[in-house]
Design a binder for this molecule. Sequence first.
Ligand code: KIV
Length: 271
Amino acid sequence: MSSHPQTQQRITVRKLLQMKSEAEKIVCLTAYDVSFAKVLDDAGVDVVLVGDSLGMVMQGLDNTLPVTMDDMVYHSRCVANGLTHSLLMVDMPFMSHITPEIALQNAGRLMKESGAQIVKLEGGSEQCDVVNALTSNGIPVCAHLGLQPQRVHKLGGYRVQGRETEAAERMLEEAIVLEQAGADALLLECVPAELATKITEAVSIPVIGIGAGIDVDGQVLVLQDILGITPGRAPKFSKNFMQGADSIQNAVSNYVEAVKAKEFPQQEHIF
Ligand code: KIV
């Protein structure tokens, strides 16, 4: 049975802002196809993210760099067909937003061809012109700071960002300028909890964290991680919600409840 009433309205970007102001935690989870999209929608997930993590979890790639715009359009169109309640957020893949003009064309495709309600893009203050161009043309943007997997080769691996004072101050500043440029939301990946809290308090837009502690406005995880089917060692920030659940639907519902009740993440998932 659906855990949210059929009459419940579609989540909007405006609703996320209201949730931040009312201290209601935002629950976000990735999906890449219609079947899982329906499960998430039914469980009351607020935001379904079609992440470019699909490169790894759908295509078996080593990283997100080869993921194309056509891949993103295809998977998000599949997901959109399963949603009646959740907000659909879609990633801009590597090199798809290197100028405002290119970003407008590509984000426009995600909105027109696949029903995205907000796009997410990795990058700091150098993305301000892009964020401004998109948002002033009616395309909501979630900026992605902290660990940016599309920069894996520049970073030399996947590691926690913002541990040093200078890097932490820079990240805080970037969050502020991205909000000023028009960003509607912010995602923080693998950031020390103390810094994530500071950023969440400094901006008025909702902040969704993955490996960013409990005091952000919402949480996101990769679906395959919470179902315990990611090959190899699970990331420190994730939790297998299939443990103790008798179905995928229950595992997803347990994740939703844990985030809403501020019972996830726990100390063991935090940097
Ligand atoms: O691509 C993705 O799934 C993401 C999440 C890890 C936040 O960006």
